[in-house]
Design a protein around this ligand. Structure first.
Ligand code: GUN
Length: 283
């Protein structure tokens, strides 16, 4: 029997800590506002955006919603971000990804002021992370570190294998695990003999983007498995990149989908918003 890492409960714990912190800040006359920008109406993005606004409400952070037409131009979006950058009312800016094809994501990310980059995607934030300076950290990998720490899973000296090299998850995850003294391997679509590499992992982080791809034969006995994926299976049930039923029997701890990594991403976004407001109050 493996330990099921309860991301929902851990994220609730973090949100409750933040709620107290926000009410303390409110007493000091500091209120917090997150700008949430969505372009078009991709159904999955709409769900994420709704959950982020709900978390803001729970914690006591205001959210300012900007729901823009699919046909919005790059120039129009950059203009909005520039206004949000200079607004004293706004502490953090979140532009939900993916953006429509005609808008360059990297250009939009770069147009966000680094001090309001609560997603941690700006090159300044990424650079700070790489060289060990403080700054905003991409929410999903930051949430995974919290899941491990709050479940008392040791990272120091462990073989950590990440599947996936995205800018949002795989790459920042590798830096964070390195910072926690893990021995880190990043695998990707061109990796030769993936199974051989994943089978040596003490901690396996799976962000491959394929439903139930990772079966028991990819994991070592007693490993810790963190599943970043979220999909609908053939019965329209939510599932991850990991075949939970198959893998669960073999590992020491595993995150479920839903209720694992997903809620942690939002909790970390909230933490970044509180940090943005705190830093602003010290400027
Ligand atoms: N799309 C998928 N994950 C994320 C995220 O963490 N932040 C934003 N802005 N968009 C996303």
């Amino acid at each position: 029997m493996s330990y099921i890492i309860d991301g929902k409960a851990i994220s609730k714990q973090i949100k409750d800590e933040l709620k107290d912190e926000v009410s303390q800040l409110n007493c000091e006359g500091i209120s917090i506002c997150l700008a949430v920008v969505q372009v078009g109406n991709d159904p999955a993005s709409s769900v994420y955006v709704r959950n982020k606004k709900r978390a803001c409400e729970y914690i006591g952070i205001k959210s300012a919603a900007y729901e823009l037409e699919e046909s919005t131009t790059e120039e129009e979006l950059v203009k909005l971000i520039s206004e949000l950058n200079s607004s004293d009312e706004i502490d953090g800016i979140l532009v939900q990804l993916p953006l429509p094809k005609h808008i360059r994501e990297d250009l939009i990310i770069q147009s966000i002021a680094p001090e309001k980059d609560v997603d941690g995607f700006h090159p300044v934030s990424v650079g700070n992370l790489c060289i060990g300076r403080s700054g905003f950290i991409s929410c999903t990998p930051a949430g995974i570190i919290q899941l491990l720490k709050r479940s008392e899973i040791e990272i120091t000296g462990k073989e950590c294998v990440i599947i996936g090299r995205s800018n949002i998850v795989g790459k920042p995850m590798s830096i964070l695990l390195l910072r926690e003294n893990g021995t880190v391997t990043v695998t990707h679509s061109q990796t030769v003999d993936l199974k051989k590499v994943t089978s040596r992992a003490d901690i396996l982080i799976v962000a491959i983007g394929k439903p139930k791809f990772i079966t028991a034969d990819y994991v070592k006995d007693g490993a810790v498995v963190i599943d970043v994926g979220i999909h609908r299976d053939e019965n329209n049930h939510l599932c991850g990149d990991v075949d939970f039923e198959d893998v669960e029997k073999k590992v020491s701890a595993i995150t479920p989908v839903p209720g694992g990594v997903g809620p942690m991403t939002i909790a970390m976004l909230m933490e970044n918003c509180v940090e943005a407001a705190r830093k602003k109050s010290h400027r």
